[in-house]
Design a protein around this ligand. Structure first.
Ligand code: 5GP
Length: 113
């Protein structure tokens, strides 16, 4: 397990309510939400950044995307949400354990990405 905050949450060392959990990932609310819905989808495997993922992670990366869609449906935001991965400190990554941000419940600017 990574020694990041997410590694500690996955290991149960920091009790955190899970919106969803399975064999491969957990989904939790972000502690500092940037939107009314702000969920983090975190693989249990401690990959530091998306760029560190390799071919052996192909199924896991697909699993995270499907988990995001399932959680969006679970929260009733499946018609309008945004997924973000910050890769690297210069892109805003602060926790070096791969995670997807799922944001919903606010108006998103068109053409931002
Ligand atoms: P990053 O900046 O690495 O893309 O995203 C890290 C996210 O983790 C941030 O949005 C931050 O608010 C969130 N975060 C940091 N520490 C904790 C924590 O202890 N619990 C939860 N639930 N989220 C956290």
């Amino acid at each position: 397990m990574s020694d990041t905050i997410f590694g500690k949450i996955i290991a149960g060392e920091i009790p955190t309510p899970k919106i969803y959990e399975d064999e491969h990932c957990i989904c939790i609310n972000d502690i500092a939400p940037q939107a009314p819905t702000h969920v983090l989808i975190i693989p249990k495997k401690p990959i530091a950044t998306l760029a560190d993922a390799d071919q052996t992670d192909q199924a896991l990366l697909g699993h995270l995307m499907l988990a995001a869609g399932n959680v969006a449906r679970q929260l009733g935001v499946e018609n309008a949400f945004r997924l973000i991965v910050n890769n690297g400190a210069d892109a805003g990554q602060t926790v070096f354990h791969l995670h997807l941000h799922l944001l919903a419940g606010k108006a998103f600017e068109e053409g931002m990405v």
